[in-house]
Design a protein around this ligand. Sequence first.
Ligand code: GDP
Length: 324
Amino acid sequence: MSEDLKDGAPVPARPRGGFFAKVKRGLFMTHTEILEKLGTAVKEGLGFDESVLESLEEALLSADVGAETAATLTDAVRRRAGGSERKDLAALRGMLLEEIETLIASAPTPSGRPDVPLFVTFLVGVNGSGKTTTSAKLAAREKASGRSVLLAAADTFRAGAIEQLQTWADRLGLPLIRHREGADPSAVLFDALTAAKARGIGSLLVDTAGRLHTKKNLMDELAKMRRIAAREVPGAPHETLLVLDATTGVNGLEQARRFVEAAGATGVVLTKLDGSARGGIVLAIYRELKLPVVFVGVGEAVDDLVPFDPAEYAKALLGDDASH
Ligand code: GDP
C-alpha cells in the first residue's frame, strides 16, 4: 500500500515513463528471450531462412501470444522476408514490429470519454482476475483527476469482496454503496445509480460478480445490469472494462470472449503483468478479442495501474533496437 494514500490523500501524478518502469521487468524477460532466440538463429543461418522463421514462431509462442497469433505474425514476416534484401536481425525485428503495430491497430482505439454529468464504468471478469482491486485503483485515478467518485459493491457473491472494497473506499476517502453478501447485484446497482444522481457524482465505478450463487446465468445478470444502467442514466454504462489476469495465459481468452459478447466489454484491463514474462498475451487479446487494452495492472498497490501505450509496448516487447 502506497504511503501517499494514507487518509485518502490524492494520488500523486505518475511520472512519465511509468509504463516502462513498471512493466519493463516482465517485458524485458520476454524480449530478451525473443531476441536471443532470433539472434542465435539468424547468426547460425547467416541471414534468415525457414529455420529462423521457425525460431520466431517458437519465440512468440513462449512469450504467450498464442498459437494462432504466433502463426499469423510469422506468416506475415515470411511473406515480407521473401521480398526483402536485408536478412539481418534488425530487418527481422523491424518487420515484426510493423506487423505487431498493424495487429494492434486492427482493434478499435479507446474512445474518448464523453462529456456527461455522470460517467458509469462496469468492471467485469472472472473471480480472482483483480476486479475489486482494479475498481479501487481506478477510483483513485478518478479522484486524482478531480472527479467526485462513488463505488458500488455489486460483487455480492464472492466472500469478502464487499469488505475488501469497503477497506479501499475508507483508505481512499470515497463513498461506497453496499448491500449484504448474497444480495441482488442489480439492486445494489440501482441504489448506486440513484445515489450518484442525487449527490451529483461524476464517476460511478461498479465492481460486478465473477460468479453467482444462484443458477441465474452470470451473463443474464450482467445484461440486466446494463439495461438498468441505461434506463437510469442515458448511455450508461459508458465503459465496461473486462479485467483479465495476464498469468492465466491465452487459455483464459475463450472464457473472456463470453464477457465481450454478453457483457458488452469495451476495453481490457490486463492485471498482474508485474514480473510476468508473458507480455505477449497483449497481442492475443488484440487479435482474439478485438478489444483495446486500456490499462495494465503491475502490482497490488493502488497506484499500480498504468495506462496502456501500444507503441511503447511493441518497442518494449522487442527491445529498443536489435542490439538489445
Ligand atoms: P476479483 O475476484 O476479480 O475481485 O479479484 P481481486 O481484486 O480480489 O484480486 C485478486 C488478487 O489479485 C488479490 O490478491 C489482488 O491483490 C491481486 N492483484 C490484483 N491486481 C494485481 C496486479 O496487477 N498485480 C498483482 N501482483 N496482483 C494483483
